[in-house]
Design a protein around this ligand. Structure first.
Ligand code: NAD
Ligand code: ZN
Length: 248
């Protein structure tokens, strides 16, 4: 039996034109809890309540009170080997774009150049009255924090019940329909419309590779059941092995 790593490495080298879709699982090893992980935070606080636009509108403090638990100090989180591997794949001309559901900014921090953050970013805080933006960690104090104009500040992220930014979503759909391989890393594939992107890719003939500790896409062409950081490290090693043997 051949290793899935060598099979996927071969596929990536052959087809190139890869678009990556990432979810909270890729940042788990950077210490950021996923929504559906069993460790604490989201067992205590239901994201559908604490991260919903309806609740935010009526009681913004509810969000701001737990934001500190989710990402106490936004700047203290570092990308892990999986984010780094995607930068290498971009440098190799294999990865064309990273579409992420994550709001942690770690792909850009790792050095990925082409990133679409379809759920926005925690970096930006926006005034609901005048649209002025503040960049974390420089957020005015207060619970909830207010803009200089007196408006309530909201994270520039897509809360449950909110529409996705049109431009980012259109770009994500367009690029998904044009790729030949889609690498889907660490997403539970239940949050729409992100979960629809692999379907779009497959409909247009792309091969789907899933990397996760659980299987979430039943009709993926390849599945690597492992944590993102070790899986991506091994995948890069497999690509290097194939590149070496082809030049020997
Ligand atoms: P999710 O929490 O629903 O699912 C996480 C997935 O990652 C699961 O399928 C799990 O099996 C997998 N996973 C867990 N640890 C892993 C690891 N070490 N390696 C590989 N896979 C691992 O997350 P989702 O699918 O991204 O959807 C939830 C929503 O929550 C998204 O919209 C996202 O914006 C938001 N969210 C973001 C962050 C973040 O920015 N880091 C964190 C939590 C939630
Ligand atoms: Zn304002």
């Amino acid at each position: 039996m051949t290793s899935p790593y060598l099979d996927v490495a071969e596929l990536l080298l052959k087809l190139k034109n890869c678009v990556v879709l990432t979810g909270a699982g890729i940042s788990a090893e950077s210490g950021i809890p996923t929504f559906r992980s069993k460790d604490g935070l989201w067992e205590k606080y239901d994201p559908m309540v604490y991260a919903s636009i309806e609740v935010f509108r009526t009681n913004p403090s509810k969000y701001w009170q737990i934001r500190g638990d989710f990402i106490r100090n936004y700047d203290s989180y570092e990308p892990n080997a999986a984010h780094g591997a995607l930068v290498e794949l971009e440098n190799l001309g294999i990865v064309r774009l990273v579409i992420t559901q994550n709001i942690d900014g770690l792909h850009r921090k790792a050095g990925s150049r082409r990133v679409v953050e379809i759920h926005g970013s925690l970096r930006e805080i926006i005034c609901q009255r005048c649209d002025r933006t503040y960049l974390a960690p420089n957020i005015p104090g207060g619970d909830p924090p207010h803009c200089e104009c007196g408006g309530v500040l909201k994270p520039n992220t897509v809360l449950f019940g909110e529409q996705l930014p049109t431009e980012a979503l259109e770009a994500a759909i367009r690029e998904s329909s044009r790729c030949r391989v889609m690498l889907v890393i660490g997403t539970s594939s239940v949050v729409y419309p992100a979960a629809h992107l692999p379907v779009v890719a497959k409909q247009h003939g792309a091969k789907i590779v899933e990397i996760n500790i659980e299987r979430t896409i039943p009709d993926a062409d390849f599945i690597i059941l492992d944590k993102a950081a070790s899986a991506m490290t091994r995948l890069i090693e497999a690509i290097e092995t194939l590149q070496r043997t082809s030049t020997e």
